[in-house]
Design a protein around this ligand. Structure first.
Ligand SMILES: Cc1cc2nc3c(=O)[nH]c(=O)nc-3n(C[C@H](O)[C@H](O)[C@H](O)COP(=O)(O)O)c2cc1C
Length: 276
């Protein structure tokens, strides 16, 4: 694996730092990480999966409330039922292992009841804290899995069918999926995806996005030269027409214009979250 400055240069498409400070195996792996959606048939061992769960649950947790839960979907019928909801993403049903990372505001609520204290964890604070704990556990599993040669793909699309997924998994009130995680040994290489320039995602002493427009134009061009979005993957031509230049920002603007997740807020409100 290349030294850290090369890995930074590849990730951001710039010159990278002059020095090689912070170089170690983990740092280099993180800089070169990539999502994998096609897996070999080999099933990761149960003890490896157990270790990865332990790693995930070692992530930091807001106030030590420990509001992440991890649900392994092992039952083939349940895997198939969830996979069938998302035919455009066949990796959901096909991955050798599939987890769902849950924001779990219920446990703290129950602990309050067990200890006779007036806990209301259906607040925005309770929701946010539980969601962050679950996201940190998710990312910790991702990095540890990748470090032992596995490939993964987080799956937030399950929230688009939240009612059906919650029923399949018997999720109670105050427990909600942040994302699923497909996991297996990679069958394809994938590629390191170019990130936005740090000049617009990093701020010093004050927030300043005055250079956004030109930086995005530049990023679009560089990303297009590395991995042009194929014609057949361009979105919503019927609605927005053929773009003269179809880069990352055109793609993301079209994607974001079709808002996802309409079912999520009513689901949460109907399942214990008042967000007060
Ligand atoms: C919270 C979260 C949810 C995601 N949901 C999906 C998903 O539903 N389906 C999918 O194929 N990829 C999903 N992804 C993967 C992203 O598309 C991927 O991380 C992104 O394109 C950047 O690629 P990279 O991870 O290889 O750098 C998700 C990633 C994150 C962090």
């Amino acid at each position: 694996m290349s030294i850290v400055s090369d890995a930074i240069a590849r990730r951001f498409g710039d010159g990278g730092p002059a020095g090689n400070d912070g170089d170690n195996d983990l740092v280099r792996r993180v800089l070169s990480r990539k999502t994998v959606r096609r897996y070999a048939e080999t099933i990761p061992s149960e003890s490896l999966l157990d270790t990865l769960i332990a790693c995930a649950l070692s992530a930091s947790a807001k106030s030590d409330f420990q509001q992440a839960s991890i649900l392994r979907v092992r039952d083939p019928a349940k895997r198939a039922a969830i996979g069938a909801l998302f035919p455009a993403m066949p990796w959901i049903g096909a991955a050798p292992a599939f987890f769902v990372f849950l924001g779990d505001a219920r446990r703290l609520q129950r602990i309050g009841e067990l200890r006779g204290k007036p806990v209301d964890n259906g607040t925005l604070e309770g929701f946010f804290n539980a969601g962050i704990d679950a996201a940190l556990a998710l990312q910790t599993m991702i990095l540890c899995a990748e470090s032992v040669g596995l490939g993964v793909c987080p799956i937030s699309v399950i929230r688009n069918e939240i009612d059906k997924v919650a029923e399949i998994l018997a999720l109670p009130d105050l427990v909600f999926p942040v994302a699923g995680l497909c996991l297996g040994y990679p069958a394809s290489e994938g590629h390191v995806s170019l990130r936005l320039p740090r000049s617009i995602t990093t701020h010093v002493d004050r927030y300043d996005d005055s250079a956004l427009a030109s930086a995005i134009d530049d990023y679009d061009q560089r990303r297009h030269r590395q991995h042009a979005i194929p014609k057949e993957q361009r979105r919503a031509n019927a609605e927005f027409g053929e773009a003269a230049f179809y880069g990352w920002s055109e793609d993301k603007a079209r994607q974001a214009a079709k808002a996802e997740g309409a079912a999520f807020p009513p689901y949460l409100r109907a399942h214990g979250f008042g967000f007060d």
